[in-house]
Ligand binder design. Structure first.
Ligand code: PDD
Length: 282
């Protein structure tokens, strides 16, 4: 039996319910959700769920898609349309639809969707018999080497950068630069070494990084795969970043302080030109 789904103001059969490929929930994980239990056709603790929904949205700067009362009405309509006696109501609010860009438009219209899931909550075997739990490391999200679309922290980092008049953010953990919000970070030290963090679970292993390091090797430059701090970066002669979308981009200022003489340096220029030439040739 097809359910009735709520999407952006409409109640439609589930086979007709859709959101855009460009929805930021899909592309960036730029969204929040709530799940409310329904027993005997009535929502349980829903005021708590809706106030947490409101708080989550406020924390992310996503406008409320409707008033709290308006959202509760939608939930009740879903219960009625789907004749839900017992189960769950899932709600999701995303920042809405826009061409892919980490930065967002504050005026973008959020996506709101909701659906029901019939489920025997009270009579579940787990409730009666109890369950077994495994012990796992809390790795939310410690596997940045996997190119997942869970990009919300980067969306926030880019917004912070923009607020500071910057284009990119260099993220710091335990005092060391991990990488850019969407790029790999490098410095060129006073003694001419190119330093970039070694690959690990802490960063995304950049494809451009890999290509660039072999360019550097071909040019006879010294590469030091090591962690560096912001102080190291400020003492560096040059800094730059790489990614598929920014190629080799000079970094001239970090946290409001100039790097070197505040202009793209010669090692960066050489790498930039050689990388581009090689990339176009191969
Ligand atoms: N981002 N680190 C992070 C966190 C990234 O998101 C990216 C790329 C890189 C560089 O990887 P590569 O050299 O393979 O592009 C490093 C892409 C460009 C993006 O999200 O738009």
């Amino acid at each position: 039996m097809s359910r009735i789904i709520y999407v952006n103001g409409k109640y439609v059969p589930e086979q007709d319910a859709s959101v855009s490929v460009f929805d930021r929930g899909l592309l960036f994980g730029d969204s929040i959700y709530e799940v409310t239990a329904v027993i005997e056709g009535r929502m349980i603790d829903n005021d708590l769920h809706l106030s947490r929904l409101q708080r989550s949205l406020a924390e992310l700067g996503i406008p409320m898609p409707a008033s709290i009362e308006g959202i509760a009405e939608i939930q009740n309509a879903l219960i009625t349309h789907n004749k839900l006696e017992e189960g769950l109501i899932y709600l999701q609010v995303t920042r809405g639809v826009a061409d892919r860009n980490f930065d967002y438009d504050d005026a973008s219209k959020p996506t709101l969707l909701g659906f029901t899931q019939a489920k025997d909550l009270r009579g579940a075997p787990a409730i009666r018999n109890g369950i077994r739990v495994a012990v796992v490391e809390d790795r939310r999200w410690a596997r940045r080497d996997i190119k997942t679309t869970m990009l919300l922290p980067q969306v926030q980092a880019k917004r912070e950068a923009k607020n500071q008049g910057c284009t990119e953010a260099w993220m710091v953990e335990d005092g060391f630069v991990t990488e850019g919000a969407s790029s790999t970070a490098y410095i060129v030290t006073a003694d001419g070494r190119i330093v970039t963090r070694p690959n690990s679970h802490a960063t995304l292993p950049g494809c451009t990084r890999r290509a660039l390091l072999s360019v550097a090797e071909t040019l006879g430059l010294t590469v030091d795969e090591a962690r560096f701090t912001i102080d190291d970066a400020l003492a560096a002669r040059e800094a730059f970043l790489t990614s598929a979308s920014s190629l080799v981009t000079p970094v001239i200022e970090i946290g409001g302080r100039s790097i070197g003489d505040g202009a793209p340096g010669p090692v960066t220029r050489l790498l930039q030109a050689t990388y581009l030439e090689l990339a176009q040739r191969t």
